[in-house]
Write a protein that binds this ligand. Structure first.
Ligand code: 2BA
Length: 108
């Protein structure tokens, strides 16, 4: 069994989660924040048999699009950091996907 962690854009998350669910996958949606832009994104947790991984990734690829996003300093990510040589615009991939082995999964 595998656990897929997919970090996706908030705007794509609902449609991606719905498409995964429709295809029979079990999905958990977590609200997360990217460490670089310090803006919200969504992490989807998908537990699946090994044979489901490629299909889940295909669904994510279909519904999650690459975007250009501007790196604006925020209250948290203070103005002092403007001096850092951080690019002003970055390309955020549709989904960043990690596939992990699962030793055990039970529903109690
Ligand atoms: P953020 O950390 O907010 O990063 C947004 C985008 O900023 C990244 O897009 C990348 O284009 C750029 N970026 C991030 N860190 C950078 C750095 N140290 N130097 C230069 N540019 C940098 P993506 O790579 O598509 O990542 C989108 C989101 O996925 C990230 O949001 C983060 O939440 C997550 N992510 C990506 N790679 C990860 C990794 N190896 N481990 C954990 N989370 C990751």
């Amino acid at each position: 069994m595998k656990l897929i962690l997919a970090i996706v854009n908030n705007d794509d998350s609902a449609i991606a989660a719905a498409a995964l669910t429709e295809a029979g996958f079990f999905v958990t949606k977590l609200s997360t924040t990217g460490g670089f832009l310090m803006v919200g994104n969504t992490t989807l947790l998908i537990g699946t048999e090994d044979t489901g991984v490629e299909e889940a990734v295909k669904i994510l690829k279909k519904h999650c699009t690459t975007r250009k996003q501007t790196n604006k300093p925020t209250a948290t990510f203070g103005a002092g950091l403007q001096n850092f040589s951080i690019p002003k615009e970055v390309t955020v991939s549709g989904a960043t996907v990690f596939v992990l082995n699962v030793d055990r999964m039970e529903k109690l």
